[in-house]
Design a protein around this ligand. Structure first.
Ligand code: KG4
Ligand code: ZN
Length: 327
């Protein structure tokens, strides 16, 4: 089945083509307009999606050397995400599905982060997914495709949000996660011990205390000192975040007895998290999968593979599909 997938839930407009031979193209147009505001401005995001979506889809078709006539279904992000942004992708997808008379498949963005791991691998069920993005931090027990339960989640900020907000305090551009990752590689993770909240309790997370702790820590430091120790601070913050994530993941593995774990979402690109998870999985004798870097952050290839998995189960939508920002 040849699938055209569209993702527009936040500030990346993306289109991908999936055929029986795998992902053929995955075009991502990132919106730079938000940089000056230090975060995503929803109204500007929807407008930028409208401007770029046609070109992004065209480019995905061209790069995959697929014609529109060969597309047999359209998969599109239904939510969660920014309502206006989702609306642009869904309206475009509906129009195309209607005019081509082909099925429409609505995809949950968080599911898609998990199933991004199935683009290049065939992980075995049941499994635990650690889904860490800018808006979510969840431990998901997945019994079989789409039969899943959230067994742990953040009570306040998401892990990516923590990276972004702390990075902003340090003067880094938005999104700060990748910058902190890069700087942390040159720093000492034991430079300062930041708090690791809820470490000894259950499977839920909390990151807002860490953000406040960094704020207080920086209060009596001058700009020169911060710049001089930027790598060490980034490494120490990355240590605190990744340590909690991996310890909770380990606890979830012990509680459920699964043999397979997946990393998912934008923060799964983080090198310290990937390395710590790799070591933990090796120690525990479980199989660990993480998406290749271009499939970690928002992309349409993950929407395509998830759409395909839904289509295989007969889960097709119709033109009544509506965006659902808190899906
Ligand atoms: O999944 P994603 O692209 O969008 C959402 O669904 O939210 O995740 C974006 C988040 C941002 O908070 C970004 O800072 C974070 O993922 N991120 C990282 C890295 N790459 C992206 N955080 C830490 N280290 C990274 N290498
Ligand atoms: Zn995402």
């Amino acid at each position: 089945m040849n699938i055209l997938a569209i993702e527009s839930s936040c500030d990346d407009t993306s289109a991908a083509i999936l055929t029986d031979q795998g992902i053929q193209s995955n075009i991502i147009a990132s919106q730079s307009i938000h940089l000056q505001f230090g975060g995503v401005v929803p109204e500007l995001a929807s407008r930028a999606h409208q401007k770029t979506i046609t070109q992004t889809v065209k480019q995905a078709l061209e790069e995959s050397e697929t014609s529109l006539d060969e597309i047999e279904a359209i998969a599109v992000t239904q939510g969660p995400g920014l309502l206006g942004s989702l609306l642009v992708g869904i309206c475009f997808a509906k129009g195309l599905a209607l005019s081509r008379n082909i099925p429409l498949i609505g995809v949950n963005h968080m599911d898609a982060h998990i199933y991004a791991n199935f683009i290049d691998h065939q992980p075995e069920f049941p499994l635990i997914a650690l889904t860490v993005s800018g808006g979510h931090t969840q431990l998901v027990y997945v019994k079989s495709p789409f039969d899943q339960e959230i067994i742990g989640e953040t009570r306040d900020d998401a892990a990516g949000e923590a990276f972004d907000k702390i990075g902003k305090l340090l003067g880094l551009p938005y999104p700060a996660g990748p910058h902190m990752d890069r700087l942390a590689k040159e720093g000492d993770p034991t430079f300062h011990k930041f708090p690791q909240a809820l470490l000894h309790e259950g499977l839920d997370f909390s990151f807002s205390g860490l953000k406040t702790s960094v704020l207080y820590y920086l209060q009596d430091k001058d700009e020169d000192w911060i710049q001089e120790h930027l790598n060490d601070i980034c490494a120490s913050v990355s240590f605190a975040i990744s340590e909690v994530l991996v310890k909770k993941l380990k606890r979830a593995i012990k509680q459920t007895g699964v043999n397979t774990v997946l990393l998912a979402g934008g923060v799964s690109a983080n090198s310290m998290l990937r390395e710590k998870s790799r070591k933990m999985a090796e120690e525990m004798g479980v199989q660990l999968y993480s998406p290749k870097l271009s499939y970690c952050t928002d992309n349409a290839a993950m929407i395509a593979i998830t759409g395909k998995m839904k289509a295989d189960l007969g889960q097709i939508d119709d033109l009544d599909l509506v965006p659902f920002s808190s899906l």
